[in-house]
Design a binder for this molecule. Structure first.
Ligand code: NDP
Ligand code: OXD
Length: 308
């Protein structure tokens, strides 16, 4: 019985130390040191190749080092293998910070002020009270709910949209595609925290933007595949949307000539909204391995047929 880790080495060394202390009967191997492939029960990875997965005949669980699992080629993972995403307090904290920063950036006209500073212009924009700025979150999972709890402190009217109906205190909740236009029509700032699936790919598109109020802003901290990038540029350039804060792209890293780099209405960050930190995520992994060994349900088990 052993764990194989296949991702950033520095984090792997820390987790190796954690398992040596807390679960000494469980060898923690770091790729490419695979040892005997037949001994590997657990694979911890971001993007394992199909060949690596196929080489592990007794694999029982594939742990994603991140909250998302769309980067995994699930067709290469046998149906008998459980797939688990990372529900890490550090990721939740990081995303909450990012969403707060991005929402306030749009709410407080910071895109204008950064441009104005660069050209030496001292010009104030009229203030909009938070109670008059409606903020909507797409995806009401571990990240969306935490973000909404924090945004509530500012006094924004809050909305949420998910697949099944959620009931969250202080949040007007919408569910499913039928209620999407009604939700979008009330979002002065729209935040995407969805998983990337066949249903959500390309959801931030011209039709979505057209359904939003004039002058609204968009934040995408989900996945690059959610956003139709040309549609965003078109709707910013025609003035329907005010601006966007974008953390994820269709192709990462961004090419040197990617139009987002220099767009005055886009603040671009390099897929850094939330990072998996060894200190906070290690205990989550340890607990899930403990639970699996004890025959208990793991936290973050992915429903493979729905893709998240
Ligand atoms: P969860 O699985 O906890 O929540 C997903 C939410 O999305 C649920 O509310 C779900 O609805 C909703 N959803 C899924 N499909 C649809 C759909 N077709 N229509 C409407 N709603 C849908 O995910 P997390 O909150 O943990 O993470 C969300 C995503 O954030 C990750 O998958 C990842 O892509 C991204 N992420 C980005 C990071 C970054 O650095 N930029 C860092 C970490 C994560 P329901 O409740 O009904 O199931
Ligand atoms: C994640 C990410 O999914 O960092 O955790 O994108």
């Amino acid at each position: 019985m052993a764990i194989l880790y296949h991702s950033a080495e520095e984090r792997g060394r820390k987790w190796q130390g954690l398992f040596a202390r807390e679960m000494p009967d469980m060898p923690f191997l770091i790729s490419p040191d695979i040892g005997d492939p037949a001994q590997i029960d657990y694979l911890v990875a971001w993007t394992p190749s199909p060949e690596l997965i196929a080489s592990l005949p007794n694999l029982k669980v594939l742990f994603s080092v991140g909250a998302g699992v769309d980067q995994l080629d699930l067709s290469a993972v046998p149906a008998s293998v459980d797939v688990v995403r990372m529900i890490d307090p550090g990721i939740i904290e990081g995303m909450t910070e990012y969403v707060t920063f991005a929402t306030l950036t749009l709410h407080r006209h910071m895109l204008d002020y950064v441009a104005a500073q660069a050209s030496g212009q001292w010009r104030a924009h009229g203030a909009v009270p938070a109670r008059n700025r409606r903020v909507g979150v797409m995806g009401l999972g571990s990240l969306g709910q935490a973000a909404l709890r924090q945004l509530a402190n500012f006094g924004f009217p809050l909305l949420g949209w998910s697949r099944s109906r959620a009931e969250l205190p202080g949040v007007k909740c919408f569910a499913g595609l039928d209620e999407l236009p009604q939700f979008l029509g009330q979002c002065d700032i729209l935040i995407c925290l969805l998983p990337l699936t066949d249903e959500t790919r390309g959801i931030l598109c011209a039709k979505t933007f057209a359904a939003m109020p004039q002058g609204a802003g968009v934040i995408n901290a989900g996945r690059g595949g959610h956003l139709v990038e040309d549609d965003l540029i078109a709707t910013l350039d025609d003035g329907h949307l005010y601006g966007a804060v974008i953390d994820v792209l269709q192709t990462e890293p961004a090419a040197p000539d990617h139009p987002f780099w220099a767009h005055p209405r886009i603040l671009l960050t390099p897929h850094t909204a939330a990072q998996t930190m060894a200190e906070t995520a290690g205990p989550v992994l340890l607990e899930n391995v403990r639970r699996h060994r004890a025959g208990l349900p793991m936290n973050g088990l992915v429903e493979r047929d729905r893709g998240y």
